[in-house]
Design a protein around this ligand. Structure first.
Ligand code: PEP
Ligand code: MN
Length: 341
């Protein structure tokens, strides 16, 4: 349920509604749009009669039932787009944001080379995994805290904010100490304890869609984080498992467009994991932006053939710079007022 406040309702009215919800073991989440304040009501069960009580309270215009299972993530609760601020950068603010960097942090030399190259080419955020989820336990699983330190050094040198994955609840606090955005990986999309633990840090969290998750399940994963009170949630479509074997995954651009309709949260497209092939990254990156994505996540390595993970889908520095030129041209074509030189 949402409680829509009258435009002239004051703080006392609002606080009275929040207090009434608390008395009923319910939590109120505020959404302050330009025209109206909405209180999203979240809790296990709304007691009989409460809705009528709320409707007659001072400053309340009406109550509405939210039909979707996710409450805070949906556009019913918040019509306007969520804009997430990371330093000076806005994610979801209209200008696409480009996250780029290697799949894994392998060494200081490797990460710094790529960090400078992606910065030079125009990326906005540096990515790199220090804790890697690998299908085989014998594959390279990341440098751990050493990798986080290298990421922090790269941020220092380039000024780019960083995004890196937390693999389990044990690592959340450590990862949060170093990173600007916590990435939760596709395989962990329904690790509900991890979603909550990461949410409680208050940091921006990017949730990658599980390889077999429906859009609704993906938005419910975001809902877990929003329900902790953390509003800084980003979604990332990274391809799903289908019968198709020509590509590693099937980048589901329908899901990008569906998610943009259903949720106010920013949506990022990841054509690297979505295709698994470096030569498919460019067309699918442009397609992702054309489908309405708020940004891209692109894997870049100075020597993809020698990468410790995901080399076949990584762009080299030159190809990334070329992609960025095309991205700029596409942005200019889609939204001339957002074009950057
Ligand atoms: C990654 O971003 O390198 C990664 C492991 O992604 P995903 O969780 O989408 O597989
Ligand atoms: Mn990867």
């Amino acid at each position: 349920m949402i409680v829509v406040m009258k435009s002239h309702a004051d703080l006392t009215d609002r606080d009275a509604v929040l207090a009434r919800l608390a008395e009923n073991n319910l939590k109120g989440h505020l959404s302050e749009g330009e025209e109206r304040i909405v209180i999203g009501v979240v809790g296990a069960k709304i007691p009989a009669g409460l809705e009528e009580q709320l409707q007659s309270m001072s400053g309340v215009q009406t109550t509405l039932r939210i039909t979707r299972p996710y409450k805070l993530a949906g556009r019913e609760f918040q019509q306007h787009n969520t804009v997430i601020r990371v330093g000076d950068l806005e994610i979801g603010g209209g200008t696409p944001v480009i996250m780029a960097g290697p799949c894994s942090v392998e060494s200081a030399d490797q990460l710094l080379r790529t960090a400078h190259a992606v910065k030079e080419a125009g990326a906005n955020i540096l990515r790199g995994g220090a804790f890697k989820p690998r299908t085989s336990p014998y594959a390279f699983r990341g440098l751990g805290e050493e990798g986080l330190k290298i990421l922090a050094q790269a941020r220092e040198e380039t000024g780019l904010p960083i995004i890196t994955e937390a693999l389990n609840t044990r690592d959340v606090e450590l990862v949060a100490r170093y990173t600007d955005i916590i990435q939760l990986g596709a395989r962990n999309m329904q690790n509900f304890a991890l979603l909550e633990e990461a949410g409680q840090t208050g940091k921006p969290i990017m949730v990658k869609r599980g390889p077999s998750a429906t859009v609704e399940e993906w938005l419910l994963a975001a809902e877990y984080i929003l329900a902790t009170g953390n509003r800084n949630v980003i979604l990332c479509e990274r391809g799903i498992r289908t019968y198709e074997t020509a590509t590693r995954n099937t980048l589901d651009l329908n899901a990008v467009a569906v998610a943009k309709r259903r949720t106010h949260l920013p949506v990022i497209a990841d054509p690297s994991h979505g295709t698994g092939k470096w030569y498919l990254v460019q067309p699918m990156a442009l397609a992702g932006l054309a489908a309405g994505a708020d940004g891209l996540m692109i894997e870049v390595h100075h020597d993809p053939d020698r990468a410790s993970s995901d080399g076949p889908q990584s762009l080299n520095h030159l190809n990334f710079a070329q992609l960025m030129q095309q991205v700029r041209r596409l942005i200019a074509a889609l939204e001339p007022e957002l074009a950057v030189a």
